[in-house]
Design a protein around this ligand. Structure first.
Ligand code: ADP
Length: 475
């Protein structure tokens, strides 16, 4: 093939020279063959370059010989042409080798990118996708051909989609690193519109004065692979969750037992009074026994109260938090294990409600509870849309709202919703909402549930808002 190009180039040069032979006569005989040599050397390297050169010389002599006798001048000219031709062929060969090396490297890199378990996406400094690995194709459902040249925001749910260009711009302007080199859990969007949790790590590359970002993405829905990583992520949550669960259980037990205990104490005191008027040795013993029983009942009440105080003593660590970030992380955690249920998650954050004063882990616990409940309630629904929004509320509060298109709550359940041990699930504990209420109320907020117009349920809870000024004053 390379040699065929050389032959063709020389043939074309010969034909062209032949056409204009009557005008040019024996003038500039090499002019037409030089491009042929350049082309052969550039495309084919050394061999074809030399071939083109060695074919050109006799053909040039053929033209000259038509007009005058071939002398030493022509031979010298021919020798120079051969030197130039061989030199060109050599340079052409070097270029060809460099091209082959670059291609091999690229293929090599591509083969690495294709086998890393993470999806790999390269974007330029404007968020435009440059490369989209085979794993990314599987993960998102788009082909590389569809995605290359498009903005990476296509792979994000709102409102991150709208904000991403701003993030890149801010990074370009200020160099402030929010994600690069750090890695975090985020929400992503498949081609079919469903949302899934990912772990994202981003690296930056400078190449020929152009900036590129490489994103490595791990799908957190695939439980098996991510179990270890997940355990790590959830351990903190689980720890607090256990504590709060114990707290919830303790309050619940205290609540449930206090009444019967108080009743026992009262009955005993009443019976004791009835016995007061009677005399007799045995009755005196009975009176003593009743006194002791009443004391023990009171003591049991105290023990339970102390247990509750002890568990409830964990000081919550409230800090200024971005509500959008808090919600996104909690959603990603709650979404784990919900693969392929055609679930759509939309977020809607009002920019006027950005900062809250909250114990992050506790509030995420509330969100995980609400989102998990919502997902479970939508298991049988044909439309499965979960919406989490935040907006300003009265009295310097921010309201967070979780809407689902699930089964809704029966009237009978609605009355007991936030009570401990109220559940309709075969394996449910029924403490999630009661704990959520404890957490929200400890933050000075309120939580409520309402039927959602159009089906499903809306849960809303409030948290104290923090203004930007307050946040900067605090630091
Ligand atoms: P659990 O989930 O263990 O049952 P919870 O306290 O979190 O405990 O929830 C109590 C009950 O409230 C659930 O069993 C369910 O019947 C009902 N519930 C909670 N959230 C929803 C929802 N989004 N849609 C319908 N029912 C819900």
């Amino acid at each position: 093939m390379r040699y065929a190009i050389a032959l063709a180039a020389v043939a074309i040069a010969f034909a062209a020279r032949f056409v204009v032979a009557s005008v040019l006569k024996d003038q500039a005989p090499y002019l037409f063959f030089l491009p042929a040599v350049l082309l052969a050397a550039g495309a084919g390297g050394f061999g074809p370059g030399v071939l083109a050169t060695s074919l050109s010389v006799p053909l040039v002599f053929f033209f000259i010989a038509n007009y005058r006798a071939v002398g030493w001048t022509e031979v010298a000219n021919g020798a120079v042409f051969v030197l130039i031709g061989v030199g060109t062929a050599w340079i052409g060969e070097r270029l060809r080798q460099a091209r082959i090396l670059a291609l091999t490297r690229e293929a090599h890199l591509q083969s690495i990118i294709d086998i890393v378990p993470e999806a790999t996406i390269v974007i330029n400094g404007h968020g435009i996708i440059q490369s989209f690995s085979a794993t990314a194709e599987r993960m998102f459902g788009y082909t590389a051909a569809e995605m290359i040249g498009n903005n990476v925001t296509l792979l994000m749910p709102s409102p991150f989609r709208e904000e991403h260009d701003g993030y890149i711009k801010r990074y370009r302007d200020t160099g402030e690193q929010r994600i690069i080199g750090i890695g975090r859990v985020a929400a992503a969007r498949r081609k079919n519109g469903s949302t899934f949790p990912i772990e994202l790590a981003v690296g930056e590359i400078w190449s020929a004065s152009q900036r590129f970002f490489t994103g490595f993405i791990r799908d957190l829905t695939e439980r098996q692979e991510t179990e270890a990583r997940l355990q790590e992520l959830q351990s903190e949550l689980a720890h607090v969750s256990r504590l709060t669960e114990m707290g919830g259980m303790a309050s619940a037990i205290a609540h449930e037992l206090n009444q019967p205990l108080a009743a026992i104490a009262n009955y005993l005191k009443g019976s004791r009074r009835l016995l007061d008027d009677s005399t007799g040795e045995r009755l005196a013993m009975l009176r003593d026994a009743m006194d002791s029983a009443a004391d023990q009942a009171l003591r049991a009440g105290q023990i339970i109260r102390r247990m509750r105080d002890f568990v409830g003593r964990r000081e919550s660590e409230r800090q200024v938090e971005h509500i959008a970030k808090l919600v996104e992380e909690a959603s990603a955690l709650a979404l784990v294990g919900t693969k392929d249920k055609g679930l759509r998650v939309t977020f809607d954050f009002d920019p006027r409600a950005d900062l809250v004063l909250a114990d992050k882990v506790q509030v995420q616990q509330v969100l995980v509870n609400l989102i998990r409940n919502a997902i479970e309630a939508m298991e049988e629904s044909s439309e499965r849309t979960l919406t989490v929004r935040s907006k300003p509320a009265d009295d310097m509060m921010i309201v967070v709202q979780v809407d689902d298109t699930g089964s809704g709550i029966s009237e009978e359940m609605a009355a007991r919703l936030f009570q401990p041990f109220a559940t309709t699930k075969p394996r449910g504990m029924g403490v999630g909402l009661s704990i959520s209420r404890t957490i929200v109320e400890a933050h000075g907020g309120q939580i409520e549930a309402k039927p959602r117009p159009g089906g499903g349920t809306t849960f809303r809870f409030t948290l104290p808002a923090v203004t930007k000024e307050e946040a900067t004053d605090a630091h």
